[in-house]
Design a protein around this ligand. Structure first.
Ligand code: MN
Length: 496
């Protein structure tokens, strides 16, 4: 995963020549002050770079072209300090292919009632200058985030910080290769999709590999490398002596090393497996998948490449934040009228970044797949806020569905040795699950306690895919209407 502060957000200010050189000098000085303040904020995960004030159509076009061709630039923050006639922006914005955020701010927080004069008015014009710029964004139907507030306002900085993390995930998605070891689980519909459309819309490319290629990498692993990894397991996790000395754990370590070297060699950022295609592997990769997810790889089970890519993107957004992010599946319900909940888990593949405390490595039988008993990490998740996210292919477009959830304490389940999470979906299980099902959301999700819906909403906007949010205010009648209206909007939106 790219290090934090390794990419740039360009801070771009608009003005015009009418104000004269003295005012423009002041505009540049004020803008660089705001850019520097954002850059220094500990909440902001990338560099914020001040760019010279733009006053002509040609300079705007040149800046946008330079941003397009700069590998480190992952987005623009625009601000119209003074009035910048927006026809000047048409040529530049029409070629810009990086995301942008319109920061509707002002250098002065308060109006200085006693001293305010025309000079002050000339220098604090974004209240109308930004409206002119906003019009051209709307007139050109451009996606962007609008954040309003003084540049030292903590809430405004939070909104910007979220968007910058989404921009990092967008940049990562454009450079993402997803490996599929085996095909989709036979007959399953929701994990399918059009890989050409996905690449056109979401950037990433999906590569299929024969399981034999992976088996070769696994068989090539040296005994010394396995020994070294086993001692790492010993310090990272709880386990019995029998597990520590088992051939199963050695085999799990072999699979992990082989998988990681395969993924690294191919510069692959996410992957899928399927229990229907494991020929040559002695066990379904469990521990290996869990640990690779913890290192930042995206994962989807049963050939689910859309979820694998989504989990990777969510991990990029969450880089360095508190909480964790994992592949997840809605497994079974607790329908007690006193508190309805969902138990989330998977056969094996849940990421220990969401673990509460030190996970345990255990070896148990798996009643599916017909392979040897696999090793897996077993743990629970700390109570708190979280989200479940799904991306589905509706044929003519992709839809992202986000459900806010509240993770609650999970009772002991001595006979269910898997990693699991217990949550209450918003606004309640009956409404949340009905809305999810009406929207077509999958049983597989990207689950996170590190990022909330806003990151995903910003990200979906950059991808240009549909976004629906099931939150504490969701009601089914309104949600059904939203889905119907979206059908109309997305069928014609390319043409308006
Ligand atoms: Mn599954």
């Amino acid at each position: 995963m790219d290090k934090l502060k390794s990419k740039e957000i360009w801070f771009v200010t608009g003005s015009q020549h009418l104000y004269g050189p003295k005012t423009l000098k002041q505009v540049a000085s004020d803008s660089s002050k705001i850019a520097a303040a954002l850059d220094k904020s500990p909440k902001v995960s990338q560099k914020v770079v001040f760019k010279p004030v733009l006053t002509t159509p040609d300079s705007i076009f040149e800046l946008c072209s330079a941003a397009n061709n700069n590998k480190n630039c992952i987005g623009l923050i625009t601000w119209m300090h003074t009035f910048s006639p927006a026809k000047m922006w048409i040529k530049g914005l029409s070629v810009l292919n990086k995301p942008f955020l319109h920061f509707h701010t002002q250098l002065n927080r308060d109006i200085p009632w006693e001293t305010i004069d025309m000079d002050f008015m000339n220098l604090n014009q974004s209240a109308h200058g930004d409206r002119e710029f906003g019009f051209i964004g709307t007139r050109m139907r451009l996606n962007r985030k609008v954040v309003v507030g003084h540049y030292q306002d903590a809430d405004a900085i939070d909104r910007i910080a979220v968007w910058i993390r989404a921009a990092a995930a967008y940049n990562d998605a454009l450079n993402m290769k997803v490996a599929r070891f085996g095909d989709n689980m036979r007959d399953v519909a929701v994990t399918e999709g059009n890989k050409v459309s996905a690449q056109m819309k979401m950037g990433y490319s999906v590569y299929g590999y024969g399981i034999g290629d992976l088996v070769k990498a696994v068989n090539d692993v040296s005994p010394a490398a396995i020994k070294k990894l086993l001692s790492e397991y010993g310090s990272d996790y709880k386990m019995t002596k029998a597990v520590a000395n088992s051939d199963t754990l050695k085999e799990a370590a072999r699979i992990e090393i082989g998988m990681e070297s395969f993924l690294k060699a191919g510069n692959l950022k996410a992957f899928t497996t399927t229990f229907e295609d494991l020929h040559g592997l002695k066990q379904l990769p469990g521990l290996a998948v869990q640990r690779l997810m913890a290192k930042g790889y995206g994962f989807g089970a049963e050939g689910d490449w859309k979820t694998a890519a989504l989990v990777r993107s969510m991990k990029v957004m969450a880089n360095g934040l508190k909480g964790g992010t994992s592949f997840m599946e809605d497994y079974t319900y607790h329908f007690d009228p006193k508190g309805m909940k969902v138990l989330g888990a998977h056969m094996l593949e849940v990421c220990p970044s969401i673990a509460l405390g030190k996970p345990a490595v255990e070896v148990h039988q798996l009643s599916i797949g017909g392979k040897a008993d696999p090793a897996r990490l077993v743990f629970k998740t700390a109570p708190g806020k979280g989200i479940n996210v799904s991306v589905i292919d509706l044929g003519s477009r992709f839809r992202m569905i986000v459900n806010d959830v509240e993770v609650v304490k999970c009772p002991d389940m001595p006979k269910l040795p898997v990693a699991s999470v217990l949550w209450k979906p918003m606004p309640d299980l009956k409404t949340g699950a009905a809305a999810w099902i009406l929207a077509g959301g999958a049983h597989h999700t990207g689950f996170s306690t590190a990022v909330d819906y806003e990151y995903l909403e910003d990200f979906a906007g950059m991808l240009g895919i549909e976004f629906v949010h099931i939150n504490d205010k969701c009601n089914i009648a309104g949600f059904r209407k939203e889905l119907r209206w979206n059908e109309v909007f997305y069928h014609i939106s390319d043409g308006i």
